[in-house]
Design a protein around this ligand. Structure first.
Ligand SMILES: [Zn+2]
Length: 296
């Protein structure tokens, strides 16, 4: 059933892209950028609206072609959804409507109430460097992956906190470095801690994704993360490892460290420095969290 819906949704999405052009009154549409979020209403246009339309198709309603334009048909479908769910019928994507819709699309519930600390490694002048053509430094790549993963997890209702800002060391309190990252996760009472890195090895032939954990309570998360990240990115699955790395030893919640490929492999270095890779890796992290929670 779900597969069928997804197939229909895909066809509709394609039709939306190739079959229907921009409505005649295009000039009057309010263009919105960014991912789907509460606040969408009739008269708006953009990728977020297309996602909303896809989600409405996904739950068995007909918002018209998924063309990214929030017109009367999309409003009617949204109202039908609100009515069906016993929510106030407003025709706009309210907070309550948004979280209910995401719950239905996920099919099992939201991540609401889940607090995740994402730790993009380094940012303090350390880490592997992107020395090969087309490659970027580790601290840049993992930060971008963290930002994309944050957006996906937050869309599903989770609260996500990054341990550092772009190009900066951990900014929590007066501590710096790894102890600050651990203190941040512990003080916030995070439910999960996920550290993101990229590997370097003198053997330039090595490549693939690896996940590290140390505490027994972290093995399930590590398994789910390794499997899903390998699947989503297409990187070679080189498996799970146990190492007492600081951030996965002293954090009090299930904690893993994922090495997203090797910057020492010229070919892989280029691949893992691309925006398209950031999105795939983020999808893998998101799916890893979902897979872990489903199994608990
Ligand atoms: Zn690193």
């Amino acid at each position: 059933m779900r597969k069928a819906l997804r197939a229909i949704w895909t066809v509709v999405l394609l039709l939306g892209v190739v079959g229907w052009g921009t409505p005649a009154q295009a000039a009057s549409w309010i263009q919105v950028t960014g991912p789907i979020a509460p606040g969408l209403r009739e008269g708006m246009a953009g990728p977020a609206v297309r996602t909303l339309q896809g989600d409405l198709w996904h739950v068995g309603l007909n918002p018209g072609p998924a063309d990214g334009y929030f017109g009367p048909r999309t409003r009617a479908a949204l109202e039908a959804f609100q009515k069906r769910e016993g929510l106030p019928v407003t025709g706009t994507l309210t907070d309550a409507t948004f979280s209910r819709l995401v719950a239905k699309v996920l099919g099992w519930g939201t991540l609401s109430g889940l607090r995740i600390v994402l730790d993009p490694g380094h940012g303090d002048g350390t880490g592997a460097w992107g020395v090969y053509p087309g490659a970027k430094d580790e601290h840049i790549n993992v930060y971008q992956v963290a930002l994309s993963a944050k957006a996906l997890l937050e869309r599903a209702g989770a609260q996500v906190i990054l341990t550092r800002k772009n190009g900066q060391d951990s900014f929590y309190g007066t501590l710096r470095g790894l102890d600050a990252r651990v203190a941040m996760a512990n003080d916030l009472g995070a439910h999960l801690f996920i550290s993101l890195h990229q590997n370097w090895n003198p053997d330039a032939g090595l490549r693939g994704v690896a996940t590290y954990y140390w505490k027994a309570d972290s093995q399930g998360l590590a398994q789910a993360m390794q499997r899903e990240v390998a699947k989503a990115t297409g990187l070679r699955d080189i498996g799970l490892f146990t190492e007492p790395f600081y951030v996965i030893t002293y954090t009090r919640m299930p904690a893993v460290l994922v090495e997203l490929g090797f910057l020492s492999n010229p070919e892989e270095a280029r691949f893992i420095s691309r925006p398209s890779f950031y999105e795939k890796a983020a999808q893998g992290i998101y799916q890893g969290v979902l897979a872990y929670l489903r199994k608990r």
